[in-house]
Design a protein around this ligand. Structure first.
Ligand SMILES: Cc1cc2nc3c(=O)[nH]c(=O)nc-3n(C[C@H](O)[C@H](O)[C@H](O)COP(=O)(O)O)c2cc1C
Length: 176
């Protein structure tokens, strides 16, 4: 029997929701990256890592990147949870930021729409969001894409785009 684990990093719970659904479907455990000991990679054949996206970076992804030697020969699937991952340009940018290093270049990454609540954002993060809003609002009307408009509305008013159906391609990796 193959042993599988879902490891995730979530701040406000949307990535955790996806991780729990995947674990439920695959009949395995989902653990927070903070609670995972890299020595335990040895116990698993299949590793699924999910992280929320923060300014283009997959949070906690260094757990994978720094342990590629330990992960050799294992099946590794990544998923990223964010508000702006549905358009091709954003996905390309995410790949450039997170998968540029040779050792992680070939990794498979799936994208799951996240959730956002303006009331939960504090400190440096609210500065990042303000910059995002400013950048989007500075675009001329004819430059704005539907994705831009959706993102702007999501960061200003909040959004919950999380849906169980988005885990289907991840489950398919495991024959489900
Ligand atoms: C400071 C900040 C930066 C973010 N940057 C991005 C981003 O670059 N791309 C994206 O798709 N989503 C971005 N998001 C949206 C989050 O990825 C989204 O809200 C996600 O669902 C949060 O996951 P969690 O609920 O598991 O914490 C950002 C959110 C915050 C608060």
């Amino acid at each position: 029997m193959e042993r599988t684990i879902v490891i995730y990093k979530s701040k406000n719970g949307s990535t955790a929701r996806y991780a729990d659904w995947i674990a439920e479907e695959l009949g395995c455990e989902a653990v927070r990256a903070e609670d995972f000991d890299k020595k335990d990679f040895a116990k698993y054949d299949n590793i699924i890592y999910g992280g929320w996206v923060h300014a283009g970076g997959i949070m906690g992804f260094e757990l994978i990147r720094k342990n590629m030697r330990r992960l050799q020969g294992k099946k590794l699937v990544i998923f990223a949870v964010g508000l702006n991952l549905m358009n091709q340009e954003a996905r390309m940018q995410l790949r450039q930021i997170n998968f540029a290093k040779r050792k992680v270049q070939g990794l498979t990454c799936y994208y799951c729409p996240g959730a956002y609540d303006p009331a939960q954002v504090r400190g440096l993060d609210s500065g990042i969001i303000k910059m995002m809003v400013k950048m989007l609002e500075s675009k001329r009307e004819e430059e704005m894409t539907d994705d831009d408009r959706q993102l702007l509305s999501a960061v200003k008013n909040g959004a919950d785009l999380v849906d169980r159906s988005y885990i289907a391609p991840i489950l398919a990796e495991f024959g489900r």
